[in-house]
Design a protein around this ligand. Structure first.
Ligand SMILES: [Zn+2]
Length: 285
């Protein structure tokens, strides 16, 4: 089946500033005036956090703000949509495992927002993804993810990475973390549930707790055991009109060569079974 490419031409992104550290960080609590008003905020920690669809001043654990330099805009262009940023802790931490309770609240907030966008009749695809670290293309180090909703489908539909016993790493609240059977990078991981629905938030809400916990375990494995701090994570949900369940992939960032970019062929040094063994050992600690 042909697998074309979907470019999003966004010249305004040339104006994107690079903000590296804690100094003048627009995502830290108290610096809200440095960002556009929030679309929604989570107040309180974990899955019990209250979701408010307004820019609530005062304390928050996670907030969604419009991306000032969006990959797609809703009023302009052939490909239209929403591109927003989810700030996943009021504190200046860099990884989900450093503030799991806020990350969980942030994931709940993101998923509620994605469901609202999914219900717009012109939106056909929604996504949640995370770029962390310089190699991953992150411009701000404060822990955050991004959500996108588009009137266009991704040109390639990936096949689900199937979990198997020798690739299993850990399980939590019906979510399972395993080594990706078809990796594109060393230490490539995947997370799904035992019976995935079209979108994770359509399952029992506890799946968000399990998913947050396992994403955080993945980043702890990278940062604390492997010394890797640049990685990407992404949620796959089928576009409208086709496909089955969801899954999340987490993978260290890597420079891509001609073989990868030209032919979708990936050379990887770590065998998936070995990755699973190493991760199990690391996460027991
Ligand atoms: Zn910060």
């Amino acid at each position: 089946m042909a697998c074309d490419r979907l470019p999003l031409i966004a010249p305004w992104r040339r104006l994107r500033p690079r903000v590296a550290g804690r100094e003048g960080c627009p995502f830290c609590l108290g610096n809200e005036s440095m960002t556009p008003p929030a679309v929604g905020v989570a107040v309180g920690s974990g899955l019990g956090a209250k979701i408010l669809w307004s820019d609530s001043p005062g304390s928050w654990t996670a907030r969604i703000i419009p991306n000032l330099y969006p990959a797609a805009k809703h009023g302009e262009g052939e490909v239209r949509g929403f591109h927003e940023v989810v700030v996943e802790s009021p504190r200046h931490v860099e990884h989900p495992h450093e503030d799991l309770e806020s990350f969980e609240a942030g994931l709940k907030l993101a998923f509620y927002r994605l469901e609202a966008l999914w219900r717009l009749d012109w939106i056909v695809f929604v996504a949640w993804f995370k770029n962390s670290g310089r190699l991953a293309g992150a411009s701000i180090s404060h822990v955050h993810s991004q959500i996108i909703a588009l009137n266009a489908k991704p040109p390639c539909i990936p096949s689900k990475p199937e979990p198997s016993k020798d690739l299993a790493i850990s399980a939590y609240d019906k979510a399972i973390l395993y080594s990706h059977p078809k990796p594109e990078a060393n230490y490539h991981l995947a997370i799904t549930s035992f019976h995935p629905a079209g979108r994770p938030w359509l399952e029992n809400l506890n799946i968000i707790k399990g998913l947050a916990k396992l994403i955080a375990e993945s980043t702890r494995f990278y940062v604390e055991c492997l010394g890797i701090d640049s990685y990407n994570a992404w949620l796959w949900t089928p576009p409208k009109g086709g496909g089955e369940g969801w899954w999340v992939e987490v993978a260290p960032s890597r420079p891509l060569g001609g073989l990868e970019r030209g032919y979708n062929i990936y050379v990887v040094e770590t065998p998936p079974e070995e990755v699973a063994r190493e991760a199990r050992k690391c996460l027991r600690r």
